[in-house]
Design a protein around this ligand. Sequence first.
Ligand code: AMP
Length: 463
Amino acid sequence: MSFEDLNLHPSIIKAITEAGYTTPTPIQQQAIPELIAGHDVMASAQTGTGKTAAFMLPALHVLATPSQIRSRGPRILVLTPTRELALQVSDAAKKYGKYLPRINVISILGGMPYPLQNKLLSQPVDILVATPGRLIDHIQRGRIDFKRLQMLVLDEADRMLDMGFIDDVETIAAATPGTRQTLLFSATLDNAIDKVAAKLLKTPQRIQVATQKAKLDNIEQRLHYADDMSHKNRLLDHVLRDEKVKQAIVFTATKRDADTLADNLYAQGFSAAALHGDMNQRERTRTLKRLRSGGLQVLVATDVAARGIDVADITHVINFDLPKFAEDYVHRIGRTGRAGATGIAVSFASNKDSAHLSKIERYTGQRIASHIIPGLEPRIKPRFQNNGPRNAPSVTQKRKRSPFAGHDNRPGFGVANESGRARNGQRGRTFDDNRTFGHGNRGNSAFRNNNGNKAGYQSARTK
Ligand code: AMP
C-alpha cells in the first residue's frame, strides 16, 4: 500500500514524500482509512510506530476543506500528557501541513506564560495541541471557542490516565461539540481505557497493531547486575564510553538523581544535562533542542519528561534505575531504535529488583539477557525469581571486589577521580562546547578535581 492509496489530500502527500516516507506504517494503513471515513477510532500503538502521522494526516485532510462555521477557534484539538509530546505533535503538524494553505498550529502547555498564550488564542487557530491542565484554565476563562471543533485526539491516553488527567480530559471533551470525531491512542487498550473510550467515543473502530514484542525487535536489551550505587556508576561510565554511543538517555527514578547524575557525568567530561519536570519550560526546550541538534550526548531524564522524545541518533537507553511500571520500560527503551534504526537498552538491576524484572519481562514477553563487563562483575550472585537461569553471571566471575568500592554512593560519583580526569574532554569536546552543558554541583569534590570544568559550570549557569 502507498500513501496515494489512502486518498489523502495531494498537499499532504507532497509533504510526506518530502519527509522521505514511502510506505504507510501498519497503524497508518489501518487508522487512516477509518478516520477519513469519519469513524471514531481507538488504537493501541506504541511511540515509534508512526502513530502521530496516523492521526495527524487525516486531521490535516479534514482541514483541507474550509469550515462552514464562523469561528476563530480550533478545528482539531490534540491532548497529550506531556509538554514534550505536545511539542512533537505540533512539529509533526507543521511538517505534514506545510503545503496546505495557512494552517495555524498552536501549543498551549503548562509552564508557558499566560499573556503569550492569550495572544496565541486570540488569533484564528486550526490545530490546538495542549496538555489538559493548562487548557482547562483557558476554557474556564472563556478564551477558547470550540464551536467549529471537528476532531478531538487523545494521544497516549493511558499515560493521561496514569497521571490523573482523565477528569480534566472529560471536562475538556464536554466543552466540545457532540458532533466531533474522537480518536484515542494508547500504548495498551485495557479495561481502564475501555471505560474512558465508552464515555468519549461513539462506536469506535478498534485497531491493534504491532505487539510489544514486534515493536522491540530492533532494540537489543541488556541487563547488568549492580551491587550498589558505586557499581552502577562505574557500569554507566563504561557503557557511555563505548564508541558506538552516539547519544544516550539515562533514566533515573527521581528528579534529584537526574540532576546529580547529569552534574557528575558532566564533571567526568560528558556533554550531559538533566531533563525533568522541575525545570522550567525554557530550560526543557533548550535541553531538548541541544539533544536534537546533536550537541548533547547524554540526557539524564525522568520518565514523564522523556516521554515522546524522538531523536534518531539515540543509540542507547540506560535504565540507571528500573522504572516503577513495566509499561514505562517499553516507553523508555522506545526512545532508541527510532524510525527503523537499531538501538541498545541497558538496565541496571540489583538483587531486590528480581521480582520487578520478571514483571517487565512478562509485560514485554521478552527475556532480558544479562551481560558482564570484565572487571566490573557483580560481587553478589544474583537470585532469580521463577525465571530460571538468565544467562547468569557465573560463579567463576563472581566476588571480585572492585577497587572502586566504597566511594561516595550518590549517583554519578565514584569514577571521576580514577578515570574522569584522564578522560575528561575526550568525549565532551566531540560534542559541542562543554561550557554549555550541565547544571553544576558546587559542593562535589569530583567536580572540583576535574580540570577546567568549574569555569564551564559557571558559564552554564549564567547563560
Ligand atoms: P511516532 O510513532 O509518531 O512517534 O513516529 C516515529 C517516527 O517514525 C517519527 O520519526 C516519524 O517521523 C517516523 N515515521 C512516521 N511515519 C513514517 C512512515 N510512513 N515512514 C517512515 N517514517 C515514518
